[in-house]
Write a protein that binds this ligand. Structure first.
Ligand SMILES: NC(=O)c1ccc[n+]([C@@H]2O[C@H](COP(=O)([O-])OP(=O)(O)OC[C@H]3O[C@@H](n4cnc5c(N)ncnc54)[C@H](O)[C@@H]3O)[C@@H](O)[C@H]2O)c1
Length: 272
């Protein structure tokens, strides 16, 4: 886990790209996709940095890890960067995903069209409630948890989304992992323990609101005209290479090293 400037930045498993850079790649991709949809052929680092909410020096450094340096006076080729970042993020292939817990949140996630367009196909919806079994949500029939292992193996699923109540989440997580899932997106308000090699990202909107409340309180306490060194609406700047791109943690990675309990929280921000 990266903890400060004097520490070597945490790097992704592939090609030594710092985790903080990996966390910003989806922000660049979102901005680039918008440019691509408008058929914009090239973009300067300043324009792209502004669209992604990142400073341009950081953007250039991030792109240097991808081997992308742009052309002086022209900028970056939008389509090529979309391809490069998508490839780096593993989005050039289809990722089947299962959602476990098809209540309010699970059903909303199942209905969200943005997953498919980003390469995430909802392969199955799973719930423990026998009343839900067979009922279609977003056109997909809900399957009972009894089928969980078979569903994962039949569909070659490696990513699971947990949207169950907190009390059920660890047990669901253990079953997903035992069935072969190696990446979990956890919406339940609980810290999951997983073995080495399994990635967990936690999403908690109430934490985001609490962070906004913190900034609201700070704004209210500031003298009119007193400068915090920030532009209006801008959050406190994160540490350059070890902190999340825009705001304090929306999601965290938790890994359990063998026999040592939960450890290794790595704050990162997931693009909305
Ligand atoms: N992270 C966030 O920002 C955020 C936002 C909203 C809700 N949540 C959390 O998401 C979870 C779901 O919220 P909700 O409002 O959809 O709840 P809900 O009660 O509407 O749905 C929960 C579903 O999980 C199912 N379930 C229970 N135990 C299960 C098990 N062992 N295996 C499979 N399915 C099981 C239930 O049958 C139900 O359908 C809660 O933990 C909630 O706190 C998180």
């Amino acid at each position: 886990m990266a903890t400060g400037r004097n520490h070597r930045p945490a790097t992704s498993r592939s090609r030594g790209i710092p985790e903080a850079t990996v966390a910003r790649l989806p922000l660049y991709l979102r901005a680039l996709t918008a440019l691509s949809e408008r058929s914009v052929p090239t973009v300067s680092s300043e324009e792209l940095a502004s669209a992604a909410g990142v400073n341009s020096a950081k953007l250039r450094k991030d792109f240097s890890y991808l081997g992308s340096y742009g052309t002086r006076g022209v900028g970056y080729d939008v389509e090529y960067l979309v391809y490069q970042i998508s490839r780096e993020l593993g989005l050039t292939q289809d990722w089947p995903v299962v959602i476990v817990g098809i209540g309010n949140l699970g059903a909303a996630l199942a209905n969200y069209g943005g997953f498919a367009s980003r390469g995430f196909r909802v392969a199955a919806l799973i719930d423990a409630d026998p009343q839900l079994a067979g009922k279609p949500v977003a056109g997909i029939p809900v399957q009972h948890t009894d089928e969980l292992e078979k569903i994962i193996s039949d569909n070659g699923v490696s990513i699971g989304v947990i949207a169950t109540p907190a009390g059920a989440a660890q047990q669901v997580c253990d079953r997903l992992v035992a069935a072969g899932i190696t990446s979990i997106l956890n919406f339940a308000p609980t810290v999951l323990s997983v073995p080495e090699g399994v990635d967990v990202r936690k999403v908690d909107l109430s934490i985001e609101l609490q962070i906004l409340a913190f900034h609201e309180q700070r704004k209210a306490g500031e003298e009119p005209g007193a400068s915090s060194g920030r532009r209006p609406g801008e959050a406190a700047a994160p540490d350059v290479d070890t902190a999340p791109p825009a705001a304090p943690p929306a999601v965290a990675v938790t890994k359990r090293p063998p026999e040592s309990g939960p450890d290794g929280d790595l704050p990162a921000v997931m693009p909305a």
